[in-house]
Design a binder for this molecule. Structure first.
Ligand SMILES: NC(=O)c1ccc[n+]([C@@H]2O[C@H](COP(=O)([O-])OP(=O)(O)OC[C@H]3O[C@@H](n4cnc5c(N)ncnc54)[C@H](OP(=O)(O)O)[C@@H]3O)[C@@H](O)[C@H]2O)c1
Length: 264
C-alpha cells in the first residue's frame, strides 16, 4: 500500500503565511487536505497566498494581523476556529529579516525579535492549546534557525529569541503530551525566500564584502551544495503535523543541507 498523508478535516494556523517558509507550509498542509488560516501584516500579499491555495482546490483564510500588537494573537486563534471550525496545528513561522552585529545590538533589535518570535508564539500557544485539547490532540511547531546552534556573528538578536524557545519547547512538549499534543522545532539553514537577498545585502554592508562574495561563502558552507528551498522546510512541517510523526515530540530538527557544524 502506498503511503500518503491525509489531513482532511484538520485545521492549521500558520503565521508568516504570506511569503517564504510560512507560505510554503500553508501550501503543503492544504495540499494534504488541511484547511489553513494564514497570518501576516500585509493583507494584499496574504490574500494572494490564500488565493493560490484556493486555486489549487484547498481551503485557506487570510487573517491580516501584526502579531506584536496586543490582542492580535488571540484574535488570530479565535478567528481560525470561527472560520475553519477548529485548530489542530499551530505553525509559528513569522520572523524578521533583521541581522544585528552582537556588539551593536540595539534594544529595538531585541524587542522586535522577542516580541514577534517569542511573545507572539507563546501567546498563540496559550490560545491554541485549549482548542487542541478539545480536538483530542494537535501539533505545535516553532520555526527557529541555526543561530542558537552554531556561531554566526550576524545573529545578535535572532539567536536570543531562538535560544529562548528551545527549552520552552521542551517544557511545553512534556506538559501537553497527555492530551496528544506534540511540540517540535524546525531549524532551517539558509533557505531561498524573499528575505535572503535582504540578509545578504545587510551582511555585505556589515563586512564590506560584495553581495556575490557573501552568497558564495554561504553556499560553500553547505555540504549538500545548494541553498535550502521553502519546500524542503514545508515538507518536514507537513510530516511533523501528520500521524507519521505520531511518536515525535520535544525534538529539534535541522533542514540545512548539513551546514550545522556541531554534534547535537
Ligand atoms: N529564510 C531563511 O534562510 C531562514 C533561515 C533560518 C530561519 N528562518 C526563519 O524562518 C522564518 C520565516 O523566514 P522567511 O525567510 O520565510 O521570512 P520572510 O520571507 O521574511 O517572511 C516572514 C513572514 O513573517 C510575516 N511577518 C513579519 N512580521 C510580522 C508581524 N509583526 N506580524 C505578523 N506577521 C509578520 C511576514 O509578512 P508581513 O511582512 O506582511 O507581516 C512574512 O509573511 C523566520 O522566523 C526566520 O527566522 C529563515
Amino acid at each position: 500500500m502506498a503511503v500518503s498523508i491525509d489531513l482532511s478535516g484538520k485545521c492549521a494556523l500558520v503565521t508568516g503565511g504570506s511569503q517564504g517558509i510560512g507560505r510554503g507550509c500553508g501550501e503543503w498542509l492544504a495540499r494534504a487536505g488541511a484547511a489553513v488560516a494564514l497570518v501576516a501584516r500585509n493583507g494584499k500579499n496574504l490574500e494572494e497566498a490564500a488565493q493560490g491555495i484556493r486555486k489549487g482546490g484547498g481551503r485557506a483564510e487570510a487573517l491580516a494581523a501584526d502579531l506584536t500588537e496586543p490582542g492580535r494573537t488571540e484574535w488570530a486563534a479565535e478567528e481560525t476556529v470561527r472560520r475553519l471550525g477548529g485548530l489542530d496545528f499551530l505553525v509559528n513561522v513569522a520572523g524578521t529579516a533583521r541581522r544585528s552585529d552582537p556588539a551593536e545590538t540595539t534594544d529595538d533589535d531585541i524587542d522586535l525579535s522577542i516580541n514577534l518570535k517569542v511573545r507572539a508564539a507563546v501567546r498563540l500557544v496559550r490560545a491554541a492549546v485549549p482548542h487542541m485539547k478539545a480536538r483530542g490532540g494537535g501539533s505545535i511547531i516553532f520555526i527557529l534557525g541555526l543561530a542558537h546552534l552554531q556561531t554566526s556573528v550576524w545573529h545578535g538578536s535572532g539567536c536570543m529569541s531562538n535560544g529562548m524557545l528551545v527549552p520552552y519547547k521542551h517544557q511545553l512538549a512534556r506538559r501537553v503530551a497527555p492530551w496528544h499534543i506534540r511540540v517540535n522545532a524546525v531549524n532551517p539553514g539558509v533557505t531561498e525566500t524573499p528575505r535572503m537577498s535582504l540578509q545578504e545585502r545587510r551582511i555585505a554592508e556589515m563586512t564590506g564584502k560584495s553581495v556575490d562574495d557573501v552568497a558564495r561563502e554561504r553556499l560553500a558552507s553547505i555540504p549538500l551544495g545548494r541553498f535550502g528551498q521553502v519546500d524542503d522546510v514545508a515538507k518536514l512541517v507537513l510530516f511533523l503535523c501528520s500521524d507519521l510523526a505520531g511518536h515525535i515530540t520535544g525534538e529539534s530538527i535541522a533542514v540545512d543541507g548539513g551546514e550545522t557544524n556541531a554534534v547535537r
